[in-house]
Design a protein. Structure first.
Length: 341
């Protein structure tokens, strides 16, 4: 569609992303002379509740951590195909999915998720998002929840589309229950946090490689045992693991009752160090006014790990004669032990 005009006044410049339920384009709104991001969602007018959701989307966008929706309307192309066009504020800076590839720090991630949960709690009296995942969390503005393209009106169950993203589903989203509510969004937010903590850049690939085949993945998801099967990355502190496990509990009644409660749990964490990977073999943080580093070095006898403060080595933390995998694991263990106060 790039290079074409849709909806009468949206000139599509380039595709920003492609998802399960439609594409997002950088566009120029020629009527109002501004640049936007346009989500183009194929719909079936016989079953879609797009007009019902339009007002809800416009109302939601008043929140600081929800991407501003400028307009939402149904459009039919020359072939008679129907689409929901959701015009959104263009937010540069990429998504959480991009940040995972760059090893987002634990401090930045927790801060981002607190803002997303703030936004989700704002949405929940009226709308269930149904598609919370790293690609739909933008980094600009401290974290903004995006893409309500398959959202559902909470009070009636009305939705734009019956399409669903399977790989972030809570167990009760599968038949026969096929239920979507506040608890399922909380589960998806917890699984999103898990994916980012674990630095999983290819979620589908990791699931398939771990659980053998699509039926194996689905059965794990229905059983609510995905987290147990994958385990946590060694960089994740135990208190943060506990929070994620509760958010992703198989039993909805054991999850956080609201997005605000989930956010409060994250607020309760006290960050001591925010380790950032500044080079392939170096992590750095500021602590008590001093610069600390974790450094992996290749030696003739193997790999060494040094923990330095203002350039001075902490001898008790020095390790040598390691394989590279052992060195990485040791670094991440230090990060897990020192991140929280």
């Amino acid at each position: 569609m790039s290079g074409t005009t849709v909806g009468g006044h949206f000139d599509l410049k380039k595709r920003l992303g492609s998802g399960h339920f439609g594409d997002v384009y950088l566009c120029e709104n020629t009527m109002l002379a501004h640049v936007s991001a346009l989500k183009v969602v194929p719909i079936d007018p016989a079953t879609s509740n797009a007009p019902i959701l339009e007002a809800q989307l416009l109302n939601l966008s008043q929140h600081a951590h929800i991407v501003k929706v400028r307009s939402a309307a149904v459009w039919q192309d020359s072939s008679g195909n129907d689409y929901l066009l959701i015009e959104m504020e263009y937010v540069p800076g990429g998504s959480l999915e991009d940040a995972i590839k760059k090893e987002i720090s634990l401090g930045e991630l927790v801060s981002l998720m607190k803002n997303v949960l703030f936004a989700l709690d704002h949405a929940h009296p009226n709308v269930i998002h149904r598609d919370v995942k790293p690609a739909n969390i933008l980094l600009g503005g401290g974290g903004q929840l995006s893409d309500f393209g398959i959202a559902m009106v909470a009070s009636t169950g009305a939705s734009v589309s019956n399409l669903q993203y399977v790989l972030n589903r809570a167990p009760e989203c599968f038949p026969p229950s096929s239920k979507f509510d506040v608890a399922t969004d909380i589960f998806a937010a917890g699984l999103t946090l898990f994916r980012a903590l674990n630095l999983i850049t290819n979620w589908k690939g990791r699931l398939l490689s771990t659980f053998t085949n699509p039926p194996g993945v689905i059965s794990r998801m229905q059983a609510g045992t995905v987290l147990e099967g994958l385990g946590f990355h060694p960089r994740v502190p135990k208190p943060l693991q506990k929070i994620v496990k509760r958010a992703c509990a198989k039993d909805p009644s054991k999850r956080y009752p609201t997005a605000a409660a989930f956010r409060d749990a994250l607020e309760g964490l006290v960050l001591a160090r925010d380790w950032r990977r500044i080079a392939p073999d170096t992590w750095e943080c500021l602590y008590d006014g001093s610069s600390e580093q974790l450094i992996i070095s290749a030696k003739v006898t193997g790999y060494e790990v040094d923990y330095t403060r203002n350039g001075r080595r902490k001898k008790a933390k020095h390790r040598s004669g390691l394989t590279r995998d052992e060195a990485l694991k040791y670094v991440y263990q230090i990060i897990a032990e020192t991140t929280l106060a």
